[in-house]
Design a protein around this ligand. Structure first.
Ligand code: DP6
Length: 325
């Protein structure tokens, strides 16, 4: 058995979001979603299966991972071990170049890197679709981080058909995503809990599912035509509708903080002044701004003046999973 492997996976930002599961154990989503993989935020993970171990040993940024996160990794390794027909425990070392659990989708890059490293180290040979299906079992958004560029996650009809495929590669469209790091504290309500609560209690959930289907069709046309204003409008509207589900849940909850609202307002003002830019937000307070390179500098300087240069990270479309030798 080739018992060691190391892989890198990048995060992705959903332009049409995944916000609900129809099967929680298999992480089968209620809707298709479509994302852009980002070059600046990534996770490196090595996995070493070792016959001498009696339990899995998991570190994140050189610190032993606490429960329940460690349990989640072991549960995922059990899926890999099951597929590979082994029982060997593993040493897992992860380094995150992503603010953990602050809505910059570290679970996406985390589980995509873990799926790639663990499957390879266990001796499995998986194609992109199989790897994407495996990553899905760790975290839904990880399904889309196996590929680079624009990626669609097909909800499928079951485990075998729920995987992601590339819509367009990273170099297809020169775009930027500017991340405003307003708050890097771990979020209070996890995505899993948040989507479940939205799905079971928001009276608008059914409408969300219908609109996602429409948004997805329109977004694919916008990507095909490289129509930035359409892409931005769809992404911003879709994100706000997702957050409307949290506001309309019972009990209600909210991922925005005061600085998120300030960032959204700034984006609106920039747009009113003739600079095309749009925002999107995941399950955390950080705001990501979509812009084309010709307007990047004016947006970056406005955001730096408002939030401080250390809080602004400029990303571009990024690659899919990569293996270290
Ligand atoms: C708002 O993938 O973190 O980022 O499948 O329960 O692990 P689990 O959820 P997760 O949810 C991501 C939600 C989102 C939208 C998206 O990435 O599509």
């Amino acid at each position: 058995m080739n018992n060691y492997a190391k892989a890198r996976a990048h995060t992705n930002i959903a332009l049409v979001k995944y916000w609900g599961k129809r099967n929680a154990a298999l992480k089968l989503p209620t809707t298709n979603s479509l994302s852009l993989t980002l070059d600046q935020f990534y996770t490196d993970t090595s996995v070493q299966f070792d016959d001498h171990l009696t339990s899995d040993q998991v570190t994140l940024n050189n610190h032993r991972l606490d429960e329940p996160a460690a349990r989640r990794v072991t549960d995922f390794l059990n899926i890999v071990r099951n597929q590979a027909g082994i029982t060997t425990k593993a040493i897992v070392k992860t380094t995150n170049n992503v603010p953990t659990a602050a809505g910059l989708a570290s679970s996406a890059s985390g589980f995509a890197a873990l799926a790639a490293a663990a499957s390879k180290a266990s001796g499995l040979t998986l194609n992109q679709r199989e790897l994407s299906r495996l990553a899905r079992r760790g975290s839904g958004s990880a399904t889309r981080s196996i590929d680079g560029g624009f990626v669609e996650w097909h909800k499928g009809i079951g485990d075998r058909t729920s995987f992601a495929t590339q819509v367009a590669p990273a170099d297809y469209w020169d775009l930027n995503v500017i991340a405003i790091l307003v708050n890097q504290q771990p979020k209070k309500m996890s995505s899993s809990e948040g989507m479940q609560l939205s799905q079971t209690t928001s009276p608008y959930y059914h409408e969300w599912e219908k609109l996602c289907q429409r948004d997805l069709k329109k977004l694919k046309i916008a990507i095909k035509n490289r129509n930035f204003n359409d892409l931005g409008t769809i992404a911003e509207e879709n994100a706000m509708r997702m957050h409307a589900l949290t506001l309309s849940a019972a009990p209600d909850f909210c991922y925005f903080d005061a600085d998120s609202l300030k960032a959204m307002r700034l984006v609106h003002q920039l747009r009113e002044s003739g600079i095309p830019c749009y925002f999107t937000m995941d399950a955390g307070p950080n705001v990501k701004v979509l812009v084309e390179p010709e307007h990047r500098e004016s947006v970056v300087s406005t955001l730096q003046a408002a939030f401080g240069p250390d809080h602004i990270v400029v990303a571009a479309p990024g690659p899919g999973v990569q293996y270290f030798r």
